[in-house]
Write a protein that binds this ligand. Structure first.
Ligand code: PMP
Length: 303
């Protein structure tokens, strides 16, 4: 891993933050997770815009201007490529387009100070970047699809500011814990009104009769960068696209279901709970959209 703290490269084993850091104590931080194609951060501007919006929502003044954040992302990626001799070789079952690519995690915490919730106690916000080998699903997950379960927010709690990407992730952790206990890849949460919102770390789409539906941004979810790319690709493909809040029954009865996220791109969901989705195999529309997504990412990788 390549780590930078406040613009200084730090060896990973010495990359530590204070026990007084509010990101650690209260989840009082914002962050982004980017990925590379061909060694370049994909949708970098979109991720930095979302970081700025997240920071604004929680009243955190980003300590660096956007250009410096952008340059630092490029710098840690360059420092982590090509793979060093101590890096594990790519998993034999990795999707070929992911081999050699990087994840960049960019975290800004409100900083540290005397103990206490009051954000006015915080001084010296910290900017932390990590560049790591990309962690993404194996090729088999794209070919066969993955399982998901539906989890009620009443059981795991509601993220405080769902539209901001903050370090306060306990509700998502608990939702994913339930999914893993059921042997599933992802947890899809249902809000108090009984509508499906998003995954623990993904957005969700369903396909019914050829039309593509995903919950709208005002449903209380993270505006996924991948979600926006996929909506644009679906419209370009001439598909009917709806932003509407589905009930769990609509997911259970869908022809196709898929997740979107930066690392996963478009990942078919072929089991919901203990039942198959549609035919039980990745559907036609999901595969069409993923082909188009791959073409866009490949074009980006070539520059
Ligand atoms: N929802 C949540 C709660 C997430 O944490 C993520 C991952 N950032 C997503 C959706 C997907 O967003 P993106 O496509 O920007 O990775």
């Amino acid at each position: 891993a390549v780590v930078s703290i406040d613009g200084e490269r730090v060896p990973p084993e010495r990359a530590v933050v204070s026990v007084f850091d509010r990101g650690f104590l209260y989840g009082d931080s914002v962050y982004e997770v980017l990925r590379t194609y061909g060694g370049r951060a994909f949708e970098g501007e979109e991720h930095l815009s979302r970081l700025a919006r997240s920071a604004e929502r929680i009243g955190l003044a980003l300590p660096w201007p956007r250009e410096r954040l952008s340059a630092e992302v490029a710098r840690v990626v360059a420092a982590s490529r090509p793979a060093g001799p101590d890096e594990e070789p790519p998993a034999p079952d990795a999707a070929p387009w992911n081999v050699g690519e990087r994840t960049v995690r960019l975290v800004v915490t409100r900083g540290s100070g005397e103990l206490g919730l009051d954000p006015a106690l915080a001084a010296d916000p910290k900017v932390i970047l990590l560049a790591l080998p990309l962690q993404a699903p194996p090729l088999a997950a794209y070919r066969q699809g993955v399982g998901a379960v539906i989890v009620g927010e009443t059981a795991v709690g509601r993220p405080r500011e769902p539209s901001a990407k903050t370090g306060a992730h306990l509700a998502h952790v608990l939702a994913l814990r339930q999914a893993r206990a059921a042997g599933a890849h992802e947890a899809l949460t249902v809000d108090r009104d009984g509508f499906v919102t998003e995954g623990a770390s993904s957005n969700v789409f369903l396909v019914q009769g050829g039309a593509v539906t995903t919950p709208p941004l005002d449903a209380g979810l993270l505006p996924g960068v991948t979600r926006a790319v996929v909506l644009a690709l679906a419209r370009e493909a001439g598909l009917t696209v709806r932003e509407a809040r589905p009930r769990p029954e609509a997911l259970a009865g869908a022809d196709e279901l898929f997740l979107t996220s930066t690392a996963r791109e478009i990942l078919p969901v072929t089991r919901l709970g203990d039942r198959p989705v549609g035919s039980g195999a990745p559907g036609e529309v999901t595969r069409l959209l993923h082909r188009r997504f791959r073409a866009r990412a490949d074009a980006f990788a070539r520059g």
